[in-house]
Design a protein around this ligand. Structure first.
Ligand SMILES: [Zn+2]
Length: 313
């Protein structure tokens, strides 16, 4: 992984820290004056809340393109997510639409944005629910003339609650092996540990929830550190340190898989504190070594291979 964005609700952090930030458009759009970024950042379109609360996007591609053009004043924007349609059951219920329709609308919005404002750094986003959905969506992009292998970043959505599960890791791994440069949306520490090698970048707001339940940093007077830049920076540093630790053992991987990992799946304990606290030495699981199309763990779903035609260009 090359870059780990810290999610924040506070756009003014852009001028308070040089660490990479992931900022939602709603908060920026509300502002009359825009901050000037000290470090790199990426724009989150905020689709999960928009679709969950309203069942649709309340802005058009043209309106969003105008907003993002204005946000370019901030400087250092690495990329902007499109108005994508994620595929969690909760969101499908809110919109009343199918996975296929969400995928089509995600692609259509990306194509519209590229047409309206080709100078802005839009990224394509793959969405799906079943693992095969992601390959379908990649093929749709190809049919629409978008070469995902040539894109600087391809977002992978709807992994927030399933990251680090073998099936998601396998999808990410096979796209990665094809040569796609992937961004994983909404990562937590546990999932990052599993999927980091397949990702160019990821973002996380998990620090905020962890701060909400954790004791405040000594000397801080706010109720909790859940909006605290100092806590967030410390959490990010610890997370990156922990990623240097050995990967999970094969037994841990099997246990996670057999227990149908999900939101309540067993969590790998990432030690707090800098890399001084090391996990016991572990093997790199064999499935991480070979091509992901040849997973050999019992009970794993078989992976559709990507059409070779995608290698053209
Ligand atoms: Zn604090």
């Amino acid at each position: 992984m090359e870059i780990f964005y810290l999610g924040t609700h506070q756009p003014n952090w852009l001028e308070e820290t040089a660490e990479p930030l992931f900022v939602a458009r709603q908060r920026l759009a509300e502002r009359k004056t825009l901050p000037r970024a000290l470090g790199p950042w990426a724009l989150d379109s905020g689709g999960f809340n928009e679709l969950r609360l309203h069942g649709r996007w309340r802005i058009t591609a043209a309106q969003y393109a105008r907003e993002v053009r204005r946000f370019m004043e901030i400087g250092n924007m690495n990329w902007a997510a499109p108005l994508d349609w994620m595929c969690e059951p909760l969101i499908l219920k809110a919109t009343g639409l199918t996975v296929a329709e969400h995928q089509w609308r995600t692609l259509r919005n990306f194509l519209e944005l590229r047409e309206i404002a080709p100078e802005l750094p839009w990224i394509p986003v793959l969405q799906g629910w079943g693992m095969g959905d992601y390959y379908e969506h990649a093929n749709e992009y190809e049919r629409a003339g978008v070469n995902l292998l040539a894109e600087p970043i391809v977002g992978v959505g709807t992994v927030c609650r399933r990251q680090g599960t073998l099936s998601v890791s396998a999808v990410l791994g096979s796209f990665h092996d094809e040569g796609m440069r992937l961004h994983g949306f909404g990562y937590k520490r546990t999932g990052l540990k599993f999927d980091q090698r397949f990702l160019v970048s990821a973002d996380s707001l998990a620090w905020s929830k962890s701060a909400f339940y954790a004791p405040r940093i000594p000397g801080h007077t706010h109720k909790s550190c859940s909006n605290c830049i100092e806590y967030a920076e410390e959490w990010r540093a610890e997370t990156l340190d922990a990623l240097d630790l050995p990967g999970p053992t094969m037994r841990e991987v099997r246990e996670r898989f057999e227990r149908k990992p999900g939101p309540k799946g067993p969590a790998l304990q990432v030690p707090r504190g800098r890399a001084s606290a090391r996990l016991a030495p572990a093997h790199v699981p064999p499935w991480r070594e070979g091509p992901l199309g040849q997973l050999s763990l019992p009970g794993l779903p078989s992976l559709p291979s990507l059409p070779k035609a995608r290698r053209r260009v």
